[in-house]
Design a protein around this ligand. Structure first.
Ligand SMILES: Nc1ncnc2c1ncn2[C@@H]1O[C@H](COP(=O)(O)OP(=O)(O)O)[C@@H](O)[C@H]1O
Ligand SMILES: [Mg+2]
Length: 251
């Protein structure tokens, strides 16, 4: 019999996330509406790529970081083998999340947070891992180039990836390149959770978009209704109207 071909299509490793009962300390992060909503309802995660959108301060990074910690990643970013810590600022939520895993385990994974990638880059050099990241140290690449190296060279099939605002370093063209790579990864049995404000990334076909609403509810939405898409479209359709409002001197 010919060898069976590897399964194609989106990966599904983590199916559901909930918060352990009696975790609420009455302080950050349990005071955040999004964490309260997660505590009350839990969250289903779809196969393939899930985007998390919402205003600044709505709790996206808190949620992605906690999921990363619960999956065994270093809170400051990297793969499951990275253990460095420059400044512990993670919330305790990661230790109180209960993940429901499907039977299959990811073959590889990575937690990318734009704000601390510098430290991850130092660790990549220190551990002698530069060849797996495209052959050039992230410190010798622009911030955006190093992200693109990461997703192109280090990310691979059957991986579990958590990305916090990957667009922070990327040009619009860079976002398009990452979108194309995410499509490939989804087709290679990967599961990816991405907190983002990028209307370009959000256009990925087949992705699930979850929006953190003002009351903390985390609900599926469509591309056209997603906050970054609506606002960017509105602004680009008539920048002057927005500028009149934004720059009004109040009289
Ligand atoms: N270590 C911390 N201690 C206390 N409050 C925090 C901490 N980190 C974030 N916050 C607060 O939690 C809220 C959500 O932050 P964050 O998850 O980073 O939001 P987002 O990523 O959606 O912009 C913010 O209002 C922020 O001020
Ligand atoms: Mg954030």
């Amino acid at each position: 019999m010919p060898p069976r071909r590897p399964r194609r299509g989106p990966g599904h490793f983590v199916r559901h996330v909930r918060v352990e009962e009696r975790s609420d300390t009455g302080r950050y992060p349990y005071t955040l509406p999004a964490v309260r909503a997660l505590g009350e309802h839990g969250l289903d995660l779809a196969a393939g790529v899930t985007f998390l959108v919402g205003e600044n301060g709505s709790g996206k990074s808190t949620l992605v970081e906690a999921m990363a910690v619960a999956c065994g990643f270093n809170p400051e970013g990297g793969s499951q083998n990275f253990r460095f810590a420059t400044r512990a600022s993670e919330s305790s939520l990661g230790d109180r999340l209960v993940l429901s895993w499907s039977g299959r385990k990811p073959r590889t994974g990575f937690f990318l947070r734009a704000e601390s990638y510098y430290n991850v880059a130092t660790e990549i050099e220190r551990l002698g891992l530069v060849p797996s990241y495209g052959g050039r140290s992230p410190h010798e690449r622009s911030h955006g180039e190093s992200f693109i190296d990461l997703v192109n060279h280090r990310f691979g099939p059957e991986g579990l990836y958590l990305l916090d605002e990957p667009e922070a370093a990327l040009s619009v063209r860079g976002c398009m390149a990452v979108l194309a790579r995410l499509a490939e990864l989804a087709d290679q049995s990967c599961q990816v959770v991405v907190a983002t404000h990028s209307p370009v990334l959000l256009a990925l076909p087949g992705a699930t978009i979850l929006e953190v609403e003002d009351d903390g509810t985390i609900a599926p939405t469509s591309y056209d209704d997603a906050l970054p898409v609506r606002l960017t479209r509105g602004f680009l359709a008539d920048p002057r109207a927005y500028l009149r409002h934004l720059l009004a001197d109040g009289d």
